[in-house]
Ligand binder design. Structure first.
Ligand SMILES: Nc1nc2c(ncn2[C@@H]2O[C@H](COP(=O)(O)OP(=O)(O)OP(=O)(O)O)[C@@H](O)[C@H]2O)c(=O)[nH]1
Ligand SMILES: [Mg+2]
Length: 321
């Protein structure tokens, strides 16, 4: 039986876990009714602090997410955890990383854990992820932790959705730091050297600190701290929690929070527009003029860039009517 959007909306607001899980599944399936519920929920969002955990594969992000969630729970806060893995076809609550601890956490009614894989890409993985963040926010979670795997576009995109972005790395691989250099140095609000029990941790810490010294002054003059953790043992996790808290306080005190929120809204909007426009464009190419355009391209009468401009003009004209 299908749930009426209004009904689902009310149940999610009341903290009904099954309703939230159901709504997330609907989001993943690109269900139209989900959009209706999200529309209603929007005015009830904006309370949660969103923490992004990103960084190299296997660096311990999931283990850290568990530890952080435990720490927040111990402090009486409620937590949502979203694991985004574009390489995983499996969704619907798959538990990644430290399975045992995740399972333990999943038994806590104040913790909501969800995995999103490529199946969630039906409506675009980053858009779906944002929808899930919003659902957990409206659901009443104080913190929403979003873990993204690997290095790539999705990860960078999702980082824009977080208030506080933590970049996780580990000792050892010199390439590791290089990889960080290649893009995510700019996006981290807090840096974590996990697996600090491993050889070379000091070196990695020092390298990272040195690289951050040369980073151009971030927004609002925030100097990103570097925290060493042993997620497996829970060491340093309280320090990480404090660093996140300090960043959150900094956003509020410096007035950066409003800017950050707008940046998040903009990223969300652009993500949705991306999907919408490409869907509309795809449709247009199946129709008379669009088909004709493709044919002209094939006959080398028009180049792809000019053809794209034609399509945009066509869509705008059509939208104006
Ligand atoms: N030695 C050591 N191992 C750790 C630590 N934290 C996590 N691990 C181990 O590292 C492996 C990867 O941990 P995950 O938490 O799954 O890492 P991840 O970054 O989520 O991995 P992906 O999501 O696959 O990219 C697991 O075997 C963990 O038990 C740590 O502090 N020290
Ligand atoms: Mg993981």
């Amino acid at each position: 039986m299908r749930d009426a959007p209004k009904d689902l909306y009310e149940r999610v607001l009341k903290g009904d876990r099954r309703a939230a899980a159901r709504l997330i599944t609907m989001v993943e399936n690109g269900d139209r009714d989900a959009r209706e519920v999200l529309r209603m929920l929007h005015s009830r969002t904006g309370r949660a602090h969103i923490v992004g955990l990103t960084g190299s594969p296997g660096s311990g992000k999931s283990t850290l997410a568990c530890r952080l969630a435990q720490g927040y729970r111990a402090a009486g806060k409620t937590v949502g955890v979203i694991c985004v893995d574009p390489t995983s076809p499996f969704t619907g609550g798959a538990l990644l990383g430290d399975r045992v601890r995740m399972q333990e956490l999943a038994g806590d009614p104040e913790v909501f854990i969800r995995s999103m894989g490529s199946r969630g890409a039906l409506g675009g993985l980053s858009v779906a992820t944002n929808d899930v963040i919003n659902i957990l926010d409206a659901f009443g979670k104080d913190l929403v932790i979003v873990e993204t795997v690997g290095a790539g576009q999705v990860e960078i995109e999702i980082v824009k959705y977080a208030h506080t972005c933590c970049v996780v790395t580990m000792p050892g691989a010199g390439d590791e730091i290089q990889a960080i250099k290649a893009g995510i140095l700019e996006i981290g609000d807090v840096f974590v050297v996990n697996k600090a029990d491993r050889e070379g941790a000091q070196r990695t810490l020092a390298d990272l600190e040195m690289m951050l010294e040369t980073r151009p002054g971030g927004p609002g003059d925030w100097k990103p701290p570097v925290v060493a953790t042993v997620a497996l043992e829970g060491e340093g996790v309280d320090e990480l929690e404090r660093a996140i808290e300090r960043h959150s306080a900094h956003l509020l005190e410096s007035g950066m929070m409003a800017e950050k929120t707008e940046q998040r809204m903009k990223a969300e909007l652009l993500g949705i527009l991306d999907l919408m426009v490409s869907r509309e464009a795809g449709r247009a190419l199946e129709e008379g003029e669009g088909k004709e355009l493709v044919r002209r391209m094939a006959e080398r009468q028009i180049d792809p860039h000019s053809a794209a401009e034609e399509v945009v003009k066509y869509l705008l004209k059509r939208a104006g009517n």
